[in-house]
Design a protein around this ligand. Structure first.
Ligand SMILES: Nc1ncnc2c1ncn2[C@@H]1O[C@H](COP(=O)(O)OP(=O)(O)O)[C@@H](O)[C@H]1O
Ligand SMILES: Nc1ccn([C@H]2C[C@H](O)[C@@H](COP(=O)(O)OP(=O)(O)O)O2)c(=O)n1
Length: 128
């Protein structure tokens, strides 16, 4: 089972998504965190979000440790994420990560909840 949570910023995707994942024992992925993690990785390496090639590479080789970093939620990293999210190569690279998570949820879970702005429209289409 895959549950897609679509919606704009602060519409409650994460709150509801986490609860659904807990109730049905599913894996949960906050896809906004992926874009933020790319931003944080660039920041730590001393680069800006406009560096398209570095951002694309960081999205392909995403460091999962960054997803749990407290700085992920900072305003600066959120701003970097919004610039990075406009990069089509970054989107394509993160699409692969998201689809793999949905197809093969971690920890042997039977399904996944994905939350983000394009989950039902792009990431989790019927024939993905
Ligand atoms: N059903 C709800 N009713 C009232 N407030 C809510 C509800 N769901 C979420 N919130 C609040 O709205 C804010 C944004 O929720 P969040 O789940 O972070 O949204 P998103 O993941 O879509 O950005 C949070 O402060 C959260 O506590
Ligand atoms: N599936 C997604 C998730 C987030 N993004 C973008 C939107 C934002 O600019 C950044 C960071 O997203 P953020 O963590 O703030 O997520 P939300 O605002 O809760 O949707 O990534 C996206 O383009 N596609």
């Amino acid at each position: 089972m895959i549950i897609a949570m679509d919606g704009p910023a602060a519409s409650g995707k994460g709150t509801l998504g986490r609860k659904l994942a807990e109730k049905f024992d599913l894996a949960y992925l906050d896809t906004g965190a992926l874009y933020r993690a790319v931003g944080l990785g660039l920041k730590r390496a001393g680069h800006g979000p406009e560096d398209a090639d570095r951002a694309a590479h960081a999205a392909k080789t995403l460091d999962p440790d960054l997803l749990n970093d407290p700085e992920l939620r900072s305003e600066q990293v959120g701003h970097m994420a919004s610039i990075i999210a406009a990069n089509p190569v970054v989107r394509a690279n993160l699409l692969a990560f998201q689809r793999d998570f949905a197809r093969h949820p971690p920890s042997g879970k039977a399904g996944a909840v994905l939350d983000g702005r394009d989950i039902g429209t792009v990431v989790c289409l019927m024939r993905m």
